[in-house]
Design a binder for this molecule. Structure first.
Ligand SMILES: NC(=O)c1ccc[n+]([C@@H]2O[C@H](COP(=O)([O-])OP(=O)(O)OC[C@H]3O[C@@H](n4cnc5c(N)ncnc54)[C@H](OP(=O)(O)O)[C@@H]3O)[C@@H](O)[C@H]2O)c1
Length: 346
């Protein structure tokens, strides 16, 4: 049987390169075209030696393919994608351009008028554990942001079951690759190494995504979510610790209540290959390089708060791996195909 032809737009960014790295192991697809801006015209292996087994030139624009991944920054991504969608090509966008359902919200958070607001309702938010059947039928998948993936998966069971009050805090720590490959002062070695810092305290762009998805699970109540990201000196990984007061009368503030919450989470994610509810607080290294999201829920017995810790690799479950999980669903392949690798530990 012939292989499905894949194009990767912006191969020279961290996410584009990670899509290619993971797809090299996929038995049912073949990367036929990769693009880059400043490196166009060069051999991929000369720019990214770890991808030398892909014998491809870097093109300025994608060649013909059955499915395209766009790993461009927002705005640029929508511009590249809109003509492809019009031609009927199936597209997975790793940028933020099609994640928010409301164009005015996109304008507010991304300071840019959306070029194709009519596609926002058509795009499916690609978190397979919540939207599996819609992803399978989608032409355009909006791959979730890295922070939202960890936060939404950590909170979805509790929000859906109504066991917490609508007052949620998501406190996240990310490695430096989350900021992309282009150098900025904050990601300079001397600034990031041996340092930890909070940023975007006035509101991070991933907040509306988190609210959009959690709110859909509990439409009757307006959720108040504080999301605070931090930059810490590691290459990959996001650790999110989420807090919310327990709703009255739903779960006992006791060891037994904590066990019930853990069971609720296990039931919610029963049968999921990539989301694992674990017995001890997970660590970023336990997800490193894999498509896993490790989650540990418990109750603070002194305050009656739910605490949930989640860990992902921002470039895999938080980006390229989840995109390939979505691709598998869209193409009717086993969902875990090409993503079977376990985390690299330690
Ligand atoms: N990093 C993560 O953990 C992560 C996770 C999930 C989603 N994402 C999303 O995935 C996308 C790619 O992220 P990334 O981290 O891979 O970014 P990145 O490594 O910073 O890639 C950005 C590169 O894109 C190229 N570029 C910048 N502006 C461009 C434009 N207008 N047109 C064409 N090329 C342009 C530049 O390369 P040249 O100068 O060589 O052209 C730049 O170095 C973003 O939308 C990001 O939000 C990132």
């Amino acid at each position: 049987m012939s292989l499905t032809r894949i194009a990767v737009i912006n191969i020279t960014g961290y996410i584009g390169a990670e899509v290619a790295r993971l797809l090299c192991r996929h038995p049912k697809v073949e990367i036929v075209s990769v693009t880059g801006r400043t490196e166009a015209g060069k051999r991929l292996g000369s720019v990214m030696p770890h991808l030398s087994q892909l014998d491809l030139m870097i093109d300025p624009a994608p060649g013909e393919a059955d499915l395209v991944f766009s790993a461009l920054p927002h705005n640029a991504s929508a511009e590249a994608i809109v003509p492809l969608v019009a031609k009927g090509v199936r597209v997975i966008d790793l940028s933020a351009d099609f994640r928010l359902k409301r164009a005015e919200q996109y304008q507010q958070w991304y300071d840019h008028t959306h070029p194709a607001p009519e596609l926002l309702q058509k795009a499916i938010y690609g978190i397979p554990e919540l939207h599996r059947s819609e992803v399978a039928k989608a032409q355009l998948v909006a791959n979730p942001g890295c922070y939202p993936t960890g936060a939404i998966l950590a909170l979805a069971p509790a929000v859906k079951a109504g066991i917490i009050k609508a007052d949620i805090i998501v406190d996240s720590k990310s490695g430096v690759s989350g900021a992309g490959r282009a150098l900025t002062l904050a990601t300079h070695y001397a600034e990031a190494n041996e340092n930890a810092s909070a940023y975007s305290m006035a509101g991070h762009r991933h907040l509306p995504e988190i609210v959009q998805e959690l709110q859909a699970l509990q439409p009757g109540e307006t959720l108040a979510v504080t999301f605070q990201p931090h930059l810490i000196p590691m290459t990959r990984g996001i650790l999110s610790t989420c807090y919310a007061p327990l709703a009255e009368g739903k779960v006992a503030v006791s060891q037994r209540g904590a066990a019930e919450v853990q069971q609720l989470y296990r039931d919610f994610y029963k049968g999921e290959t990539f989301v694992k509810v674990v017995d001890t607080p997970p660590q970023t290294k336990q997800a490193w390089g894999s498509n896993l999201c490790l989650i540990h829920p418990t109750i603070d017995l002194r305050t009656g708060r739910l605490i949930v810790v989640s860990c992902i690799d921002n470039l895999v479950k938080g980006g390229a791996g989840q995109a390939i999980q979505n691709m598998n669903l869209m193409l009717g392949f086993p969902e875990a195909m090409g993503l079977e690798g376990l985390p690299v530990y330690p």
